[in-house]
Design a protein around this ligand. Structure first.
Ligand SMILES: Cc1cc2nc3c(=O)[nH]c(=O)nc-3n(C[C@H](O)[C@H](O)[C@H](O)COP(=O)(O)OP(=O)(O)OC[C@H]3O[C@@H](n4cnc5c(N)ncnc54)[C@H](O)[C@@H]3O)c2cc1C
Length: 219
């Protein structure tokens, strides 16, 4: 059975979860994710933890078919226009355009939206494409302040070993709300729902973290 998030693992280096996707009776994809403060990857140590996870579950590894690693951004703020200008007036898509979900760092849904937008166009001139991709990325970034604020709370208000509590509470909410969250399409009611109730992080620290982020970024 697929397991989307096994957060019962040791909470090392921030919120950590393992994702398991069986691809065949004898083939399994195992992914280990850390919501870390730093972008470094120690391949040997992290690989050993995946081996250990498989071992604990009694899975015998005959062969490793493929391996992949990477660091995905979790955005708390930032100057979108300054970033966009830093790579010149050329059309941008994908991560380079800042088109990713601020909390997951995933970019596939935005990439599909961008491809659909471009496929519907007739003008593929350089400047026109720049303007169209810029407008889309800018609007997307502007709509996602809520996710960046949550990221700030997750990283600045919660100690790394306690971050799982924020997610633990989040996953008690309705599956539809969670689906909209990951699609980057949370409604006003969803946002209120995520923020109400007893906060799993110290409230004073959360407010200071958010105010601090706002002052730094002007967001
Ligand atoms: C382990 C892992 C799991 C992930 N899981 C998911 C997931 O489940 N869902 C999801 O949505 N995302 C996921 N991601 C993130 C996703 O893979 C990336 O966000 C996505 O691949 C970014 O695509 P991109 O086209 O923007 O950039 P890239 O894939 O980095 O492509 C950019 C390309 O541009 C090329 N390039 C760079 N500079 C130049 C240049 N000057 N001239 C020409 N070419 C250049 C690079 O070589 C590269 O091929 C995951 C990432 C990792 C590492």
């Amino acid at each position: 059975t697929p397991v989307i998030m096994d957060a019962t693992v040791a909470q090392i280096d921030g919120y950590r979860f393992v994702y398991c996707l069986p691809l065949a009776d004898d083939r399994m994809f195992v992914e280990d994710t850390y919501y870390s403060d730093t972008p470094g990857i120690d391949h040997a140590t992290l690989g050993a933890r995946i081996d250990q996870y498989a071992g604990v579950h009694g899975w015998v590894t005959d062969a490793v078919v493929g391996e992949e690693s990477g660091v995905l951004p979790v955005a708390m703020g930032g100057d979108f226009e300054a970033y966009w200008r830093s790579t010149g007036r050329v059309a941008k898509a994908g991560m380079r355009a800042g088109m990713f979900h601020p909390t997951t760092g995933y970019s596939l849904p935005d990439a599909v939206r961008t491809a659909t937008m471009i496929a519907g166009r007739r003008d593929f001139g350089g400047i026109a494409l720049h303007d169209a991709t810029h407008a889309m990325a800018k609007a997307t970034w502007a709509r996602r302040g809520f996710y960046r604020m949550l990221d700030t709370m997750l990283f600045k208000a919660a100690e790394p070993a306690e971050r799982y509590r924020v997610l633990e509470r989040f996953y008690t909410l309705s599956p539809r709300l969670i689906g909209r969250f990951y699609a980057g399409q949370s409604t006003m009611t969803d946002k209120a729902r995520v923020l109400t109730g007893k906060p799993p992080v110290p409230i004073g620290r959360a407010v200071r973290a958010i105010l601090g982020a706002d002052l730094r970024t002007g967001a």
